[in-house]
Write a protein that binds this ligand. Sequence first.
Ligand code: NAD
Length: 439
Amino acid sequence: MNIAMVGTGYVGLVSGTCFSETGSKVVCFDIDKKKIDGLNKGIIPIYEPGLEKLVKKNMAAGRLKFSTDLAGNLNDFDVVFSAVGTPPDEDGSADLSYVLQVAEEVGKNMNDYLVFVTKSTVPIGTAEKVKKVISEQLKKRGKNIDFDVASNPEFLKEGNAIQDFMKPDRIVVGVGSEKAKKIMERLYKPFVLNGHPILFMDVPSAELTKYAANSMLATKISFMNDIANLCEIVGADVTNVRKGIGADTRIGYQFLYAGTGYGGSCFPKDVKALIKTAEENNYSLDILKAVEDVNNRQKSVLYNKLYAYYKGELSGKKIAVWGLAFKPNTDDMREAPARVLINKLLKAGAIVNAYDPVAMTEAKRIFGDSINYAENKNDALKDADALLLVTEWNEFRVPDYAKMEELMRKKLIIDGRNIYDPEEVKEHGFEYTGIGRKI
Ligand code: NAD
């Protein structure tokens, strides 16, 4: 099959590469010329485990190409995916301008039947808008060309994206025609040989499924953070509570870790957008409003603990921050809790020594010269008055206490992911606090 993947970001690059891995011919398009020039030279713009190897392999096999010229190549494709961004608009709704730009480009240049597939996360009714834009362009050109619009939301997780795409739990496809269904079935067949389903459904249901999935996961996180905060007040330990409720198969263990709040490019914007969609339809999604409130509050939890410890005297204190990306195995810092924390520390006059295994370039773009960038995790600890653990990268999991004692001015660890054993930390003479833990 011949596939155009429009938008070569986290989703587009991974999806395009994985489709090419199963034998389809894929061209990934982007308006960012620098990104495309880099990819053509084998430079991968994001950090994603396993991606570079797969991109290079499929480029060498001639199945994966990169281009900025969608208009000039549109005749070559059976399926055109939109994987462009859908960032939040000022009012929280999803900004569809990029998706509709792609639809316009397609309508202006297509000459044969194709399926336009929205892989970007888009609100209910977007397929109809896309259809309208393409039809209007065809009408302007005096062309009567058949096409279909399908919705195929993406569920990959940054940091495990290749595995998620190649072996998905499920594939959701919203289609309105048998012809489009057959094409999507053929395209995804190699990915469901493990027996996991392709769930065909109507387009609005597919569009809503993506938002409902992310909102459910965000709800689990905020729920657990709320319980963690209560644990601290009543003297319980959230890590025990998690085990106690996770053992119930109706609940399960996943996404029940207390922490510093959810971030990233998806949960915050998707929760906001679903609240907005409901409002536009005169409905109030009260649970999600609470999920958002709890999350906003939780992003300040590490700062509040440090502030309380030093009784508000943070000016001039050196604070080591371990982990900047919104989660391990990615360099993505969009809406990362570390951003809220660092901004608050800077405002309070603290000196920030930050370290992340892969997000340093992104951090420099965001914070410029307002913070210190450590060479490695130990470098960040020099003369530190506290260590704040924000992202649970593997390399942070087994601390070298002797080294830490030698480097730090104050033996204080504030653990935003509960990865350390409070007893062990205390045995090494450190003061410790986690999230919702009995200490
Ligand atoms: P991204 O910002 O990493 O990439 C988007 C890309 O689209 C950019 O490279 C941008 O230059 C390009 N672009 C914008 N307008 C364009 C146009 N008119 N033509 C060609 N290229 C254009 O975004 P992302 O994280 O890959 O997310 C893309 C979509 O997928 C969003 O709707 C997001 O919600 C959804 N999604 C993201 C994830 C994730 O983990 N990042 C997971 C599932 C779904």
